[in-house]
Design a protein around this ligand. Structure first.
Ligand code: ATP
Ligand code: MG
Length: 451
């Protein structure tokens, strides 16, 4: 029944412009706590307080987005977002210490007991600033709650929960879609992707993170719209990169990006494999994704620098080999290859210098770590990036038998006295190694904290 209502609601492929003229005032489907079973104690008390204070000030306010979705899936939400009919300035009047941020999408950051709650004003469907490709450059037109529901990306992200009554209001069929594990773009998929091509990456991320599947209509325009990702500012794509790979589902995310042929729109430096958006994956990439996920599951720190080192290692290694074959020293070859690959990559996704400089050092240390003779070789143990570089070498050695003895040498070098003269790799075998920590465990230690 809900589906047929929705079909009527979304009859035809309306553009956002036409929608503003004929938007029906619709009633949402309502789900009480008894229906959905979310326990109020799982809601974030800080977000709930923000909603309550806005309501007390006379505004409409809800918890919306990933928080509601993840609770319904029985997952722990990453954060809770608030949507309200108060404008950013009105939010500021209620929370004088909040910060108004964003240009493309203005919103308020309300601090509540150390937490930052994002409070967004309902978006409407009036005049938005679009470029020739249909991309929305600014989306700061205020609207009603049902218009806001329609402006969101996927139906499962557009459920509004009143934390006071516990009721969920659903204007777009997100609730039944979530139950069916269906990822459905709201409105006409191609238009919605063109408005904001980052939605393609969000689609891949939700598939990986939530185990949902896009419906046929949501999937159909993906290949046609994917090249529009080139128009997205590099800084925004870096933010998306972190969300894709540093939130605990990196391995599945990379598989999903490959499945939807989106990988090379994020990493154009990677070799193509089949369709234009699909990349050749170096084994170290998958190893690094897995190890990042394992570290996050154990609440250990991760850094984009290590991840980027792994993601771009294929082209860096290949280019360094070429420069070496042309006569450069291994160190010079790696330096040049690393600089060039980073320079090309930052055209697409920004990589803040504090990360790219660590990435470069990890790569250069792959050359330094091949030197094991002499006192100077061991001095690398004191280098701040030794840990990450050693972990990177360990990951590489898992698929390259030639690197096994080198990795073992550096494992032992750390356990031995740093002053001891360096033996040649493979000569000094410690009995401890046999019964000691397995390589896979050590591999999972990865990258150390970013410092
Ligand atoms: P998570 O927090 O797990 O990454 P999320 O769905 O909460 O997932 P956010 O980026 O926090 O994602 O965004 C909050 C909500 O804002 C989304 O659920 C969605 O309703 C809306 N939203 C975010 N980005 C977009 C977008 N590009 N287009 C349309 N709506 C969006
Ligand atoms: Mg969120």
């Amino acid at each position: 029944m809900i589906r047929s209502l929705l079909t009527r609601f979304y009859a035809g492929s309306r553009t956002p412009e036409s929608a503003s003229q004929d938007s029906p005032i619709s009633e949402p489907t309502r789900y009480t706590s008894a229906d959905h079973g979310i326990d109020a104690k799982h809601l974030c008390p800080n977000a709930t307080e923000v909603v309550e204070r806005l309501q007390q000030a006379g505004y409409e306010a809800y918890i919306v987005g990933g928080g509601v979705r993840d609770l319904l899936l029985g997952k722990l939400p990453k954060d809770f977002d608030v949507a309200t009919d108060a404008t950013p300035e009105e939010v500021k009047a209620v929370f004088p210490r909040c910060r108004l941020i964003g240009r493309r999408f203005r919103l308020a950051h309300v601090r509540m007991r150390g937490d930052v709650i994002e409070v967004a004003t309902f978006r409407g469907q009036g005049q938005v600033h679009q470029d020739a490709d249909g991309r929305i450059l600014r989306d700061n037109v205020w609207g009603s709650v049902e218009e806001d529901a329609e402006r969101r990306d996927f139906t499962i992200n557009a459920m509004f929960m009143d934390p006071v009554s516990g009721e969920i209001r659903d204007w777009v069929g997100g609730y039944p879609d979530l139950q069916a594990r269906c990822l459905r773009l709201i409105g006409d998929p191609e238009t919605r992707y063109r408005e904001d091509p980052v939605r393609l990456l969000r689609m891949a991320r939700f598939v990986a993170k939530l185990g949902v599947e896009p419906d046929a209509a949501t999937l159909a325009p993906v290949d046609a719209v994917a090249p529009q990702l080139e128009q997205i500012p590099a800084a925004r794509l870096f933010e998306e990169l972190c969300k894709l790979f540093l939130t605990g589902h990196a391995e599945r995310t990379l598989e999903t990006l490959q499945r939807f042929a989106l990988t090379r729109f994020l990493f154009p430096v990677l070799e193509r494999s089949g369709p234009v958006g699909k990349a050749q994956l170096h084994p170290v990439m998958m190893r690094a994704m897995k190890s990042t996920d394992e570290r996050l599951a154990q609440d250990l720190s991760v850094t984009p620098a290590f991840l980027i080192a792994a993601l771009l290692w294929g082209p860096v290694e290949a280019l360094a080999k070429r420069y070496e074959s042309e006569g450069a020293s291994p160190f010079q070859a790696m330096e040049r290859a690393g600089d060039e690959v980073i320079a090309e990559q930052v055209q697409r996704t920004a990589i803040p210098r504090r990360f790219s400089s660590v990435t470069r050092q990890i790569w250069l240390n792959q050359v330094r770590l091949t030197r094991t003779r002499g006192k100077r070789a061991l001095s690398i143990l004191q280098q701040p990036r030794f840990r990450a570089s050693y972990d990177f070498l360990l990951l590489r050695s898992l698929d390259d038998p030639e690197l096994e003895s080198l990795a073992a040498f550096w494992t032992e070098a750390q356990e031995g006295a740093p002053e001891a003269p360096a033996p040649a790799p493979g000569k000094r075998r410690r009995r401890r190694r046999r019964g000691g920590r397995g390589k896979s465990q050590r591999g999972a230690r990865q990258a150390g904290a970013e410092s």
